[in-house]
Design a binder for this molecule. Structure first.
Ligand SMILES: O=C[C@H](O)[C@H](O)[C@H](O)COP(=O)(O)O
Length: 339
Protein backbone atom coordinates (compact mmCIF):
# COMPACT_ATOMS: atom_id res chain seq x y z
CA UNK A 1 0.00 0.00 0.00
CA UNK A 2 1.44 3.38 -0.91
CA UNK A 3 0.90 6.58 1.11
CA UNK A 4 -0.96 9.49 -0.45
CA UNK A 5 1.64 11.77 -2.09
CA UNK A 6 1.31 14.80 0.26
CA UNK A 7 1.78 12.57 3.34
CA UNK A 8 4.83 10.80 1.82
CA UNK A 9 6.32 14.17 0.86
CA UNK A 10 5.83 15.47 4.38
CA UNK A 11 7.53 12.38 5.87
CA UNK A 12 10.45 12.71 3.42
CA UNK A 13 10.85 16.38 4.27
CA UNK A 14 10.88 15.59 7.96
CA UNK A 15 13.47 12.82 7.51
CA UNK A 16 15.71 15.07 5.40
CA UNK A 17 15.50 17.78 8.01
CA UNK A 18 16.54 15.30 10.76
CA UNK A 19 19.36 13.95 8.60
CA UNK A 20 20.75 17.36 7.92
CA UNK A 21 20.62 18.08 11.65
CA UNK A 22 22.74 15.00 12.24
CA UNK A 23 25.30 15.58 9.51
CA UNK A 24 25.87 19.30 10.08
CA UNK A 25 28.35 19.78 12.91
CA UNK A 26 27.44 22.59 15.26
CA UNK A 27 30.51 24.84 15.68
CA UNK A 28 31.86 25.02 19.22
CA UNK A 29 31.30 28.56 20.51
CA UNK A 30 34.90 28.81 21.79
CA UNK A 31 36.58 27.79 18.51
CA UNK A 32 37.52 30.44 15.94
CA UNK A 33 35.22 30.19 12.90
CA UNK A 34 37.93 29.04 10.49
CA UNK A 35 39.37 26.35 12.80
CA UNK A 36 38.71 22.84 11.43
CA UNK A 37 36.37 20.82 13.66
CA UNK A 38 38.09 17.49 13.01
CA UNK A 39 41.81 16.90 13.03
CA UNK A 40 42.95 13.59 11.70
CA UNK A 41 46.65 13.98 12.49
CA UNK A 42 48.39 15.54 15.45
CA UNK A 43 50.44 18.52 14.38
CA UNK A 44 53.86 18.29 16.01
CA UNK A 45 55.62 21.42 17.20
CA UNK A 46 59.33 21.85 16.52
CA UNK A 47 61.35 20.10 19.24
CA UNK A 48 62.45 22.39 22.07
CA UNK A 49 64.86 21.62 24.91
CA UNK A 50 63.31 22.08 28.36
CA UNK A 51 66.66 23.32 29.73
CA UNK A 52 67.46 27.00 29.44
CA UNK A 53 71.06 27.73 28.44
CA UNK A 54 73.35 29.00 31.20
CA UNK A 55 75.76 27.83 33.85
CA UNK A 56 74.69 24.80 35.84
CA UNK A 57 75.56 24.20 39.49
CA UNK A 58 77.66 21.16 40.45
CA UNK A 59 74.58 19.15 41.35
CA UNK A 60 72.72 20.11 38.18
CA UNK A 61 75.75 19.16 36.08
CA UNK A 62 75.89 15.76 37.73
CA UNK A 63 72.18 15.22 37.03
CA UNK A 64 72.71 16.24 33.43
CA UNK A 65 75.62 13.87 32.92
CA UNK A 66 73.72 10.95 34.46
CA UNK A 67 70.66 11.66 32.31
CA UNK A 68 72.56 12.14 29.08
CA UNK A 69 74.60 8.99 29.53
CA UNK A 70 71.52 6.93 30.36
CA UNK A 71 69.74 8.22 27.24
CA UNK A 72 72.77 7.48 25.08
CA UNK A 73 73.13 3.98 26.50
CA UNK A 74 69.50 2.94 26.57
CA UNK A 75 67.35 4.89 24.12
CA UNK A 76 68.14 3.38 20.77
CA UNK A 77 66.84 4.28 17.30
CA UNK A 78 64.54 1.23 17.25
CA UNK A 79 62.79 2.27 20.49
CA UNK A 80 59.31 3.60 19.83
CA UNK A 81 57.60 3.77 23.23
CA UNK A 82 59.51 5.54 25.97
CA UNK A 83 58.51 6.16 29.58
CA UNK A 84 59.44 9.53 31.04
CA UNK A 85 59.66 9.67 34.83
CA UNK A 86 59.45 12.52 37.30
CA UNK A 87 61.79 14.64 39.35
CA UNK A 88 64.58 17.12 38.90
CA UNK A 89 66.88 14.92 36.75
CA UNK A 90 64.22 14.05 34.20
CA UNK A 91 64.29 17.40 32.32
CA UNK A 92 67.87 16.50 31.33
CA UNK A 93 66.60 13.15 30.02
CA UNK A 94 64.15 15.01 27.81
CA UNK A 95 66.86 17.50 26.83
CA UNK A 96 69.02 14.65 25.54
CA UNK A 97 66.13 12.92 23.77
CA UNK A 98 65.27 16.19 22.02
CA UNK A 99 68.92 16.47 20.95
CA UNK A 100 68.53 13.18 19.04
CA UNK A 101 66.53 15.27 16.58
CA UNK A 102 63.17 15.35 14.86
CA UNK A 103 63.85 12.35 12.61
CA UNK A 104 64.76 10.06 15.53
CA UNK A 105 61.70 11.17 17.45
CA UNK A 106 59.07 11.37 14.74
CA UNK A 107 57.65 7.87 15.25
CA UNK A 108 58.15 7.77 19.01
CA UNK A 109 55.55 8.13 21.68
CA UNK A 110 56.37 9.21 25.24
CA UNK A 111 54.47 7.99 28.29
CA UNK A 112 54.46 10.33 31.32
CA UNK A 113 54.45 9.37 35.00
CA UNK A 114 52.53 12.44 36.10
CA UNK A 115 51.69 16.07 35.52
CA UNK A 116 55.33 17.24 35.47
CA UNK A 117 56.50 14.76 32.85
CA UNK A 118 53.37 15.29 30.77
CA UNK A 119 54.17 19.01 30.66
CA UNK A 120 57.79 18.25 29.77
CA UNK A 121 56.79 15.98 26.89
CA UNK A 122 54.21 18.38 25.49
CA UNK A 123 56.27 21.55 25.86
CA UNK A 124 59.27 19.87 24.19
CA UNK A 125 57.14 18.98 21.17
CA UNK A 126 57.37 15.21 21.69
CA UNK A 127 54.37 12.95 21.04
CA UNK A 128 52.37 12.20 24.18
CA UNK A 129 50.79 8.80 24.83
CA UNK A 130 49.41 6.95 27.82
CA UNK A 131 50.07 3.56 29.31
CA UNK A 132 46.52 2.37 28.63
CA UNK A 133 47.24 2.77 24.90
CA UNK A 134 50.82 1.46 25.19
CA UNK A 135 51.02 -1.13 27.97
CA UNK A 136 54.41 -2.31 26.72
CA UNK A 137 57.14 0.29 26.93
CA UNK A 138 60.62 -0.15 25.44
CA UNK A 139 62.55 1.84 28.05
CA UNK A 140 61.59 3.98 31.04
CA UNK A 141 64.04 6.47 32.53
CA UNK A 142 63.22 7.91 35.92
CA UNK A 143 64.71 9.78 38.88
CA UNK A 144 64.96 8.45 42.43
CA UNK A 145 65.16 9.72 45.98
CA UNK A 146 67.76 7.11 46.91
CA UNK A 147 69.23 3.96 45.34
CA UNK A 148 70.91 1.15 47.28
CA UNK A 149 73.64 -1.23 46.16
CA UNK A 150 71.14 -3.66 44.66
CA UNK A 151 69.42 -0.88 42.73
CA UNK A 152 66.38 -0.96 44.99
CA UNK A 153 65.17 2.59 45.40
CA UNK A 154 62.90 4.98 47.24
CA UNK A 155 60.63 7.01 44.97
CA UNK A 156 57.69 9.28 45.61
CA UNK A 157 59.34 12.36 47.11
CA UNK A 158 57.22 14.19 44.53
CA UNK A 159 54.18 11.94 45.16
CA UNK A 160 54.37 10.37 41.69
CA UNK A 161 55.28 6.81 42.65
CA UNK A 162 52.01 5.06 41.73
CA UNK A 163 52.19 6.07 38.09
CA UNK A 164 55.96 5.71 38.14
CA UNK A 165 55.71 2.09 39.24
CA UNK A 166 53.14 1.30 36.57
CA UNK A 167 55.33 2.86 33.88
CA UNK A 168 58.42 1.10 35.29
CA UNK A 169 56.67 -2.29 35.36
CA UNK A 170 55.38 -1.81 31.82
CA UNK A 171 58.92 -1.22 30.58
CA UNK A 172 61.26 -3.83 29.17
CA UNK A 173 64.11 -1.81 30.66
CA UNK A 174 63.85 0.48 33.66
CA UNK A 175 66.77 2.82 34.30
CA UNK A 176 67.41 5.27 37.15
CA UNK A 177 69.17 8.62 36.86
CA UNK A 178 70.26 10.80 39.75
CA UNK A 179 73.04 12.88 41.25
CA UNK A 180 75.72 11.48 43.56
CA UNK A 181 73.77 12.29 46.76
CA UNK A 182 71.24 9.55 45.93
CA UNK A 183 73.80 6.77 45.71
CA UNK A 184 73.76 4.97 49.08
CA UNK A 185 74.48 1.63 50.63
CA UNK A 186 71.17 1.42 52.54
CA UNK A 187 67.90 3.13 51.72
CA UNK A 188 67.06 5.84 54.23
CA UNK A 189 70.68 7.03 54.64
CA UNK A 190 70.25 10.58 53.33
CA UNK A 191 66.57 10.53 52.47
CA UNK A 192 65.14 10.73 55.97
CA UNK A 193 61.54 11.64 55.16
CA UNK A 194 60.57 7.98 54.99
CA UNK A 195 58.91 5.66 52.53
CA UNK A 196 56.19 7.48 50.54
CA UNK A 197 52.90 5.57 50.66
CA UNK A 198 49.91 6.57 48.52
CA UNK A 199 46.62 5.87 50.30
CA UNK A 200 42.97 6.37 49.49
CA UNK A 201 41.90 9.41 51.50
CA UNK A 202 39.28 7.80 53.71
CA UNK A 203 41.71 5.11 54.87
CA UNK A 204 44.65 7.33 55.83
CA UNK A 205 44.05 7.33 59.61
CA UNK A 206 43.70 3.55 59.71
CA UNK A 207 46.87 3.05 57.62
CA UNK A 208 48.77 5.49 59.86
CA UNK A 209 47.67 3.51 62.90
CA UNK A 210 48.86 0.26 61.27
CA UNK A 211 52.22 1.84 60.46
CA UNK A 212 52.67 3.24 63.98
CA UNK A 213 51.64 0.16 65.91
CA UNK A 214 52.12 -2.85 63.66
CA UNK A 215 54.85 -2.15 61.10
CA UNK A 216 57.29 -0.22 63.29
CA UNK A 217 57.12 3.33 61.95
CA UNK A 218 56.04 5.42 64.99
CA UNK A 219 56.84 8.68 63.18
CA UNK A 220 54.83 8.04 60.02
CA UNK A 221 52.87 11.20 59.08
CA UNK A 222 50.42 12.41 56.51
CA UNK A 223 52.23 14.60 53.99
CA UNK A 224 50.94 18.16 54.17
CA UNK A 225 50.89 20.59 51.25
CA UNK A 226 53.13 23.65 51.35
CA UNK A 227 51.18 26.34 49.53
CA UNK A 228 47.75 24.90 50.26
CA UNK A 229 45.89 24.19 53.45
CA UNK A 230 45.59 20.46 54.06
CA UNK A 231 47.28 17.36 52.74
CA UNK A 232 49.13 16.77 49.48
CA UNK A 233 46.72 15.29 46.93
CA UNK A 234 48.36 13.10 44.27
CA UNK A 235 47.68 13.17 40.52
CA UNK A 236 45.28 10.30 41.29
CA UNK A 237 43.34 12.15 43.99
CA UNK A 238 44.90 10.24 46.89
CA UNK A 239 46.88 11.19 50.03
CA UNK A 240 50.52 10.39 50.81
CA UNK A 241 51.96 9.10 54.09
CA UNK A 242 55.71 9.30 54.73
CA UNK A 243 56.88 6.41 56.89
CA UNK A 244 60.47 6.38 58.21
CA UNK A 245 61.81 2.97 59.26
CA UNK A 246 65.01 2.10 61.07
CA UNK A 247 68.09 0.72 59.33
CA UNK A 248 67.31 -2.91 60.18
CA UNK A 249 63.96 -2.74 58.42
CA UNK A 250 65.25 -0.71 55.46
CA UNK A 251 67.99 -3.28 54.91
CA UNK A 252 65.23 -5.59 53.61
CA UNK A 253 63.24 -3.21 51.42
CA UNK A 254 61.26 -5.90 49.61
CA UNK A 255 59.91 -7.33 52.88
CA UNK A 256 58.69 -4.00 54.26
CA UNK A 257 57.34 -3.00 50.84
CA UNK A 258 55.20 -6.16 50.72
CA UNK A 259 53.99 -5.68 54.30
CA UNK A 260 52.94 -2.08 53.67
CA UNK A 261 51.24 -3.00 50.42
CA UNK A 262 49.11 -5.56 52.25
CA UNK A 263 47.49 -2.84 54.39
CA UNK A 264 44.01 -2.20 53.06
CA UNK A 265 43.75 1.36 51.81
CA UNK A 266 47.32 1.47 50.51
CA UNK A 267 47.42 2.09 46.78
CA UNK A 268 51.19 1.97 46.20
CA UNK A 269 54.46 2.02 48.10
CA UNK A 270 57.44 4.12 47.02
CA UNK A 271 59.89 1.24 47.30
CA UNK A 272 60.91 -0.12 43.89
CA UNK A 273 62.65 -3.44 44.47
CA UNK A 274 64.41 -5.58 41.87
CA UNK A 275 63.08 -3.39 39.09
CA UNK A 276 65.93 -1.22 37.80
CA UNK A 277 68.33 -2.62 35.23
CA UNK A 278 70.89 0.14 35.77
CA UNK A 279 71.35 3.34 37.74
CA UNK A 280 73.42 6.29 36.60
CA UNK A 281 74.82 8.86 39.00
CA UNK A 282 76.75 11.95 38.05
CA UNK A 283 79.67 12.56 40.40
CA UNK A 284 80.70 15.81 42.07
CA UNK A 285 83.26 16.56 39.40
CA UNK A 286 81.00 15.81 36.46
CA UNK A 287 82.20 17.47 33.30
CA UNK A 288 79.66 19.34 31.23
CA UNK A 289 79.01 17.05 28.29
CA UNK A 290 80.38 19.15 25.47
CA UNK A 291 78.71 18.23 22.22
CA UNK A 292 75.09 17.45 21.54
CA UNK A 293 75.74 16.02 18.14
CA UNK A 294 77.03 13.46 17.43
CA UNK A 295 75.89 11.64 20.57
CA UNK A 296 79.03 10.30 22.14
CA UNK A 297 79.67 9.19 25.67
CA UNK A 298 83.19 7.92 25.14
CA UNK A 299 84.60 11.26 26.18
CA UNK A 300 82.80 10.97 29.50
CA UNK A 301 84.75 9.32 32.27
CA UNK A 302 82.75 6.34 33.49
CA UNK A 303 83.23 4.46 36.69
CA UNK A 304 81.25 1.64 38.18
CA UNK A 305 80.69 -0.46 41.18
CA UNK A 306 78.65 -3.60 41.42
CA UNK A 307 76.43 -4.77 44.22
CA UNK A 308 77.79 -6.74 47.11
CA UNK A 309 76.10 -9.98 46.13
CA UNK A 310 79.02 -11.42 44.26
CA UNK A 311 77.57 -14.93 44.15
CA UNK A 312 74.59 -13.79 42.15
CA UNK A 313 76.83 -11.96 39.73
CA UNK A 314 79.01 -14.98 39.31
CA UNK A 315 76.00 -17.14 38.57
CA UNK A 316 74.98 -14.69 35.88
CA UNK A 317 78.51 -14.79 34.53
CA UNK A 318 78.98 -11.06 34.84
CA UNK A 319 81.70 -11.08 37.47
CA UNK A 320 85.01 -12.85 37.21
CA UNK A 321 86.34 -14.97 40.06
CA UNK A 322 88.46 -12.00 41.11
CA UNK A 323 85.36 -9.83 41.39
CA UNK A 324 85.92 -7.78 38.25
CA UNK A 325 82.86 -6.89 36.21
CA UNK A 326 83.19 -7.76 32.56
CA UNK A 327 82.60 -4.76 30.30
CA UNK A 328 79.34 -6.02 28.80
CA UNK A 329 77.83 -6.05 32.28
CA UNK A 330 78.03 -2.28 32.30
CA UNK A 331 75.27 -2.15 29.76
CA UNK A 332 73.33 -5.33 30.19
CA UNK A 333 73.71 -6.39 33.80
CA UNK A 334 72.22 -5.04 36.97
CA UNK A 335 75.15 -2.74 37.46
CA UNK A 336 75.30 0.38 39.48
CA UNK A 337 77.16 3.00 37.52
CA UNK A 338 78.92 5.96 38.97
CA UNK A 339 79.69 8.54 36.37
O1 LIG B 1 57.61 11.32 43.10
C1 LIG B 1 58.65 11.69 42.60
C2 LIG B 1 59.63 10.83 41.99
O2 LIG B 1 59.71 9.55 42.53
C3 LIG B 1 61.00 11.45 41.77
O3 LIG B 1 61.59 10.71 40.75
C4 LIG B 1 61.88 11.42 42.99
O4 LIG B 1 61.23 12.02 44.07
C5 LIG B 1 63.22 12.14 42.75
O5 LIG B 1 62.98 13.47 42.54
P1 LIG B 1 64.14 14.55 42.52
O6 LIG B 1 65.04 14.17 41.39
O7 LIG B 1 63.44 15.86 42.26
O8 LIG B 1 64.82 14.50 43.83
Amino acid sequence: MSLPTPVADEINNLLNERLSMITTAVPHPMLPVDQPMIRTKAILKPLTSPIASGQLSVIEKSKQLAAWTAVDQHIKPEHRVIGIGSGSTVPYVVERIVSQGAAANQDRVFIPTGFQSKELIVSSGLMLGDVDQYPTIDVTLDGADEVDLELNCIKGGGACHLREKVIAEAANTFVLVADYRKNVEYLGTNFKAGVPIEVVPFAYAKVLQNLHHVLGSPNATLRMAVAKAGPVVTDNGNFVIDAPFDREIMAKPYTIMAQIKMLTGVVEVGLFCHMARAAYFGNKASPTPSSLDPINTRSIKLGWKCNNQMERWQERGTVTKKGRVRPQAMVFGRVLKII
